[in-house]
Ligand binder design. Sequence first.
Ligand SMILES: Nc1ncnc2c1ncn2[C@@H]1O[C@H](COP(=O)(O)OP(=O)(O)O)[C@@H](O)[C@H]1O
Ligand SMILES: [Mg+2]
Length: 234
Amino acid sequence: MSNSPHINDVVQFHRVALRYDRGPEVFSDVNLRLGRGSFTFLTGRSGAGKSSLLKLCYLTLKPSRGLINLFDHDISLMNRQEQQSTKHRIGVVLQDFRLIDHLSVFENVALPLRVAGQMRAAYSQDVTELLQWVGLGHRMEAMPQTLSGGEQQRAAIARAVIAKPDLLIADEPTGNVDPIIGRRLLRLFSEMNRMGTTVLIATHDTSLMRDIQADILRIEDGTLHRVQGEVFDG
Ligand SMILES: Nc1ncnc2c1ncn2[C@@H]1O[C@H](COP(=O)(O)OP(=O)(O)O)[C@@H](O)[C@H]1O
Ligand SMILES: [Mg+2]
């Protein structure tokens, strides 16, 4: 890929199609480029394929056809180790949070740093400050099952951003939180983006999109459309 004219793209899809088993094609022909440092919202009605598209970006699904490059590497040519190190560059916030039940909120959020080999003394303050910022300063030692949906969501977001990933992917990240917390989370994403993280957020919360300068892509009828001007609901 060294001759690619788009060497700064974090994500590239070329003519990507996806189907589950023998179902219909969710997408038939998706082209996508996320430049390094870009901030993109992905919208579209429920069932249009937003979550599926994100899964392709964080290596949980494989396309049925077409080419996907992550950080300028063709994912179909990556071995397991390359896939693993690519995944470590991506922070993911899923709709079902996936917090680890037997670890406290603090330990959940610290996990990506521990995996990266950092010692507690080095990350303790960062984890504490981030948890305070997302409004969980008083719940750091709590176990995930004792948290409300909105609190779990904020813990999952803190875990996704703590290691300053190159790419941050979030699936409906403000779905369970009140509008004030939603704005605060968006500011966190925006702050990460200013520090260089490429951000991709699936949402149908149009109020979020008004608050921030971002590219808006809409998935419809199996392809992606760039939304210009006003965002309409749906
Ligand atoms: N694991 C799966 N197996 C089969 N079909 C799926 C699976 N996940 C999603 N789909 C189908 O793919 C389509 C897109 O779903 P999804 O990506 O979840 O859309 P969105 O996130 O926009 O609501 C839907 O028709 C959905 O039923
Ligand atoms: Mg979805």
